[in-house]
Design a protein around this ligand. Structure first.
Ligand code: DGJ
Length: 731
């Protein structure tokens, strides 16, 4: 432990022939502006979590607190439960020692609190007397954002190696009568569907074992509504949390016989018993959570504010609008195709052109998804003038330039696969299964890390005019294994992710200003671990605006709008086949980071005019999308509309997005929404954008904030795919 540690003043007592610890009770509150987590080191040294909720003026009151609920789970709500001792629930930490035993009993040694700006860090040291294993629990409390970020540091203080069988980042004990768990599931082009269930006794587990592309099943995040049957937007107690880890993860929710809930979040232990040598420390990833008394809305706003200020690379900074070549050209383009797309992007007022897949590999040219990955040289048969020619053309037209890479992967049809078969993720003697005709490179190997770093670095060297990299990752791991790791195969899944982060750290040192998108067949890598290094995510390969209503609604429950890349594409939509009006597509894409992904020359004159108009108006309010507070006015899961608004921090400006996702017959008429987050005492001019015929009678007029929030905002959105965007400015 560091200097400045307050020691708990422990006394060793002989009790029943055993050494036990005795000390005065110590209350350790972890406090944000409005919330409080209270842990108490009991007289026997066991550290318990007794409270997480709204701020209580005197947390010392918990000194006398008794849990009151009988339980067979021994030591009650332990702050970091272990296998061993009297704890019978799912442990956060489970160690197998060299002698084959499994018991760890952690007792409080001391704690340290320090503050820097708005962040207070509390470190609590726990120790197992028999094995000399020490665990440091670290809590960073973000005052303004009301977010707590925790992780554990597990030190093998013994003389022999140990195996970590479970090693969660953190544990949270909650006390309510009922818990509604909201979590996310999905697949390719169908990310972030919502599941909600009232938890029953025993354990609910949410886990991903995919190695890469881990979030194209579940997402490592959740919301828990206390004593409620449905997820409420503006009322009720909600705890929202997320694990910042881009690999296999496990969240578990264990309700004991007296209804107490233990939440554990951490790396999935699947095939990952981690050997920790004597004297070594394992640092677990961050587990972040927030508490709200104002429903999911406030919980999201807390997480988003934290993400913008601390959790996302350059979070909250406005990223450029763009035209991406993928759905407009796929693999079939020439230099001429790209230059004309750049011309069109510039004339529509977009700010960047991104050249997607298909520009590289000579011997095995990347003209389809079956060849070329690994051979990162420009395909000069396709682009004879090279990348610099295209990038500088974009710059000359006033656009920035971005380019796609997928550096963690290799096609069997590539020079790399022939040169370095040992770099491919594989298990000896077993099939190397292909997916999208490709294999995964073994990022646990430092040579591979250097190679992957080099792919990014060398691509950047193709032109001084590269401003943006789209980093893709298009498959999961099968028949996992690493030639490099030899007998230590248990480390593979963890060291893959650590290798990925180490590459990203190095790249960020060299390229602090490059905008980097995290794409993994769309939203396969959406987590706060990756977002420390990436500016944005490719939210989904599904660009259908109707599908995006649901995908973006759910993504935005946990992740801020500034990271959600959202593109207008052609109809019929290439994934869903849906035909939606261009305005609906724009209005949807404009609620995130706006882009277009189609062949502009296929747009009619009228469509071009609408595109120009929507892109221009987006620039007027997009700072609100990137850094405003979100207020959801209608959930597409609850009714026939999706509506949300972003409000500036000073409440002087706002933008409102409204979408009708189901036909309303005439009898139903106009739907009233209640705006939110405005200053009720101020007056706002409300103007509908992107149309000459407003669907709301009050557009262009000045209205009182309280009127808009409680009374009369009822745009007529009657037909499926009717949509409207309103801009508000305080007078
Ligand atoms: C998957 C991505 O999600 C798409 O946007 C596109 O970049 C393709 N890969 C290219 O192969």
């Amino acid at each position: 432990m560091k200097n400045g540690l307050k020691w708990g003043g422990l006394i060793l007592l002989m009790l029943c022939g055993q050494m036990v610890l005795a000390a005065p009770k110590t209350v350790i509150p972890v406090e944000t502006g409005h919330t409080q987590l209270v842990m108490v080191a009991q007289e026997n040294g066991v550290l318990q979590t007794l409270y997480y909720g709204a701020m209580i003026a005197d947390p010392e009151a918990f000194k006398a607190f008794r849990t009151g609920r009988g339980t067979d789970n021994g030591e009650g709500p332990m702050a970091y439960p272990t296998a061993g001792g009297r704890y019978l629930g799912q442990p956060a930490l489970h160690i197998r020692y060299a002698d084959g035993t499994h018991n760890t009993e952690l007792f409080y040694i001391g704690h340290d609190i320090r503050s820097k700006g708005d962040v207070t860090t509390t470190e609590i040291c726990l120790r197992d007397q028999v094995s000399s294993v020490e665990v440091k629990l670290v809590f960073d409390a973000y005052r303004k954002e009301d977010v707590i970020v925790t992780h554990s540091e597990i030190l093998n203080g013994g003389k022999k190696p140990v195996e970590l069988l479970d090693y969660a980042s953190g544990s949270l004990y909650l006390d309510a009568n009922q818990y509604l768990l909201t979590h996310f599931y999905g697949g390719w082009a169908n990310e972030m569907n919502i599941d909600s269930e009232v938890l029953t006794h025993d354990t609910k587990v949410i886990e991903s074992r995919r190695g890469t592309q881990v979030t194209q099943c579940s997402n490592p995040s959740f919301l828990l509504s206390l004593d409620a049957d449905r997820l409420q937007e503006n009322e009720g107690e909600v705890i929202a949390g997320a694990l910042a880890w881009s690999g296999n993860f496990r969240l578990s929710f264990e309700m004991d016989e007296s209804n107490r809930l233990n939440v554990l979040a951490g790396i999935s232990p699947f095939a990952s018993a981690y050997r920790l040598a004597a004297g070594k420390t394992f640092v677990t990833p961050d587990f972040l959570y927030t508490y709200s008394q104002k429903g999911a809305g406030q919980a999201s706003r807390n997480l988003h504010a934290w993400a913008r200020n601390y959790g996302v690379y350059d979070g909250g900074k406005v990223n450029p609008t763009l035209l991406n070549s993928w759905e407009g050209a796929y693999f079939s383009f020439t230099t001429e195709t790209l230059l004309r797309m750049i011309d069109d992007a510039a004339s529509m007022g977009l700010e960047m052109f991104v050249l997607d897949d298909g520009w590289f590999a000579k011997d095995y040219p990347r003209n389809g998804d079956d060849a070329g990955l690994g051979d990162w040289e420009v395909n000069t048969a396709k682009l004879p003038e090279g990348i610099d020619y295209v990038a500088s053309y974009a710059h000359a037209k006033g656009l920035r330039f971005g380019i796609w890479i997928e550096p963690e992967m290799v096609n069997p049809q590539s020079n790399l696969a022939r040169r370095h078969p040992d770099w491919i993720v594989q298990a000896p003697g077993r099939e190397k299964y292909q997916s999208r005709n490709q294999w995964v490179l073994d990022l646990s190997n430092p040579d591979v890390q250097d190679f992957v770093y080099g792919v990014f670095d060398n691509t950047m060297k193709l032109s001084k005019d590269i401003d943006y990299i789209k980093w893709d990752c298009n498959r999961t791991v099968a028949n996992f294994g690493s030639e490099y790791l030899g007998e230590q195969q248990d480390r593979f899944f963890v060291e893959y992710v650590q290798g990925f982060y180490s590459i990203m750290r190095r790249l960020r040192e060299k390229y602090p200003d490059t905008i980097v998108q995290c794409c993994s067949s769309g939203g396969g890598r959406v987590d706060y671990g990756a977002l420390k290094y990436f500016n944005e995510i490719w939210t989904s390969d599904n660009t259908d605006a109707l599908s995006r209503v649901y995908i973006q609604y759910a993504t935005n429950l946990i992740y801020p709008a500034c990271v959600m890349a959202s593109h207008v594409s052609a109809v019929p939509n290439h994934q869903s086949g849906n035909v939606t009006p261009l305005k609906f597509r724009f209005d949807m894409a404009c609620s995130g980071r706006l882009g277009m992904e189609l062949q502009p020359k296929n747009l009619t004159e009228r469509e071009r005019a609408l595109a120009d108009r929507c892109i221009r108006s987006y620039r007027q309010y997009r700072d609100l999308v990137f850094s405003g507070d979100v207020y959801r006015l209608a959930s597409p899961y609850d009714g026939d509309y999706y509506a949300l608004m972003y409000v500036s921090q000073d409440q002087s400006r706002a933008v409102v997005f409204t979408y009708c996702v189901k036909y309303q017959n005439r009898a139903v008429g106009a739907h009233p929404f209640r705006m939110n987050g405005l200053d009720p005492s101020r007056k706002y001019r409300v103007t509908e954008l992107n149309t000459d015929r407003s669907c709301w009678w009050g557009s262009g007029e000045v209205h009182a904030g309280d009127f808009l929030m409680h009374g009369g905002f009822n745009p007529v959105l009657q037909k499926t795919f009717d949509s409207a965007v309103f801009y508000l400015e305080a007078e």
